[in-house]
Every structure is written in C-alpha cells, then in structure tokens.
Design a protein around this ligand. Sequence first.
Ligand code: ADP
Ligand code: FRU
Length: 296
Amino acid sequence: MARILVVGIATLDIINTVDAYPAEDSEVRARARCLRRGGNAANTAVVLAQLGHQCQWAGTLAEDASGAQIREDLLASGVNLDAAQTVAGGGTPTSYVTLSAANGSRSIVHFRQLPEYSFPAFSRIELDGLDWIHFEGRNITETRAMLDHVHAVRPALPCSVEIEKPRPGIEALCTGPALLLYSRDYVRALAGGEDSVDDPVDFLQTRHRQLPRAEHVCAWAEGGAWGVDPQGQLVHAPAWDISPVVDTLGAGDTFNAGLIDASLAGLPLATGLHKACSLAGRKCAQQGFQGLCATQ
Ligand code: ADP
Ligand code: FRU
C-alpha cells in the first residue's frame, strides 16, 4: 500500500447510452441514462484506492448539490478529501456523454465554470509521507509551480503527469516528472491532427531523446499501449480482446492508475503496460468503475 496524492478535476458525468452514435441534426432516443462522478484525476484516484492504496484527491468542488454528491462518492470510494477545496462561484463541471452501445465509444461535451485548484492550496499539503503524486496536465502555470514546489521540498518523490490535451504551454509540465502519460489525441494533434498516425513510436523515441530520465508512455485505445524507459527500450502491450466493448469512458484514467500501481511495485515498464492494459480492458468490459480490482 502506498500513499498517493492525485491532483486534478472531478466532474458530474451525464451519460446517455444510445444504440449507435447519432448523425448531426438528428433526434434519437437514449436506451439508458445515468449520472456518475467523473473527472480524470477523480477516476484515477478511485481506481488507485481500489488497488489498495491510501489515496488523496486535491481539486476543486462547487458549492452545489452535484459538488456534494461528488464529495460523498469519493469518500465512499475510500479517497481522502482533506486537500480538496470547495470554492464559491460557478458550478460543478459537467460532461454530457454519448455512449454508443454499438462499440462502447464515448463522445464528451464538457462544460466548465469553476476555478481550478490553486498553488496556494497545494502548498499547504503535507508532502512528507507521500510515495507518489499524479497530476492532470491542465492549469499549466499553477501546476508547474506545484511540480517545482515538490522538487524543492521532496526532490526524490516520484511524480507523474498526464498530458492529454494539446493545451498551450503544456510542454512546460514535462520537465521533472518520472512518468509522462500522453494520450493518442495529443500525439495525433502534434502530428497535425491527422488520424493517419498509427502508433506513437516516433513520438516516444523523440521524447526519450529530449527527456531521457523519464518514462514516456502512450495509451492507444484498442491498439494497447507503448512506452519507452530511461534506457531507451521501447515496449508495447496489446489491448485486451474484449467483446462486447461496453464503456470506454475513463479507460485512460484507469490505465494511468494501473501503471502508477505497477511503477510503485517496482515492476519493469513492459510488465506495467500489460497490467495497465488488462485493468483498462476490464473497465471497458463493464459500466463504470465499481469492483474493477475484485478478482485482480
Ligand atoms: P482514453 O480513455 O484516455 O481515451 P484510451 O482510449 O487510449 O484512453 O484507452 C486507454 C486504455 O484502455 C488502452 O491502452 C487500452 O488498454 C484500453 N482500451 C481502450 N479502448 C479499448 C478497446 N476498444 N478495447 C480494448 N481495450 C481498450
Ligand atoms: C473520462 C473523464 C470523464 C470526464 C471527462 C473530463 O476520462 O474524466 O469522467 O467527464 O473525462 O474531461
């Protein structure tokens, strides 16, 4: 069991399951609707708690009913909220998700009007005793200040950063962390937004040359995941062969939790990728995150 701090967002996810993804300007009926707590960091924290870790989430919550529900859900999932901030103004960040029953794909429209977690709040967290910090790559200036603070106070404490969206200046978060987790969308956006990039091998090799001390990893949906370790060894793990794919919402967040868990256990990157793909595959085969690690 490790003590892990996860920094990032929590959301309300309103998930409409449809038979197949609708055409633009059409009207379809949802076969199911459910409301769930979501958010990359919150999802990752919940899975890490299921994996047996003592997990703390740092992020902002709104002062509304959905904020209270998210708080309850995280506490019920065993995630410590001492570092969470309830902020006035705005409302709970909400994702409107269309989940296709045909292939488990999720399309997200996200609405956000809530201040982000701030450096002053982060600087009050007691870092002694932590074994790992995972950051969502957002809120760039504040997150960079958080990484610098960790480096000053606990230089040996391993950090990971998820680089999911091609946000302006996000590269500033890549210097220092032991583990960088890139999304397929990010890699493709860097390559000019082309879907024609079939794998992240060139990207990862370049990243290794630029930042050789870090592990660089890229999850690639049904293509599994690739990574390069500090020795420059490139590894790949295939995705799980799942039929049917039920719900891919949060697959990447689950993958990140699996990989952090494997890194904390000191496993080689190749083994970590296999374990993370297996956990993420399990998630894709079911709705939501409950009981993911029950038979692991
Ligand atoms: P995100 O949720 O951030 O878009 P990905 O789609 O890259 O993340 O998925 C993360 C991991 O989840 C992949 O590396 C893979 O192991 C697993 N996964 C995602 N989609 C599928 C799928 N259709 N079939 C099997 N595994 C999948
Ligand atoms: C899934 C997710 C959802 C959330 C959205 C935020 O990865 O965290 O739970 O609504 O992404 O971008």
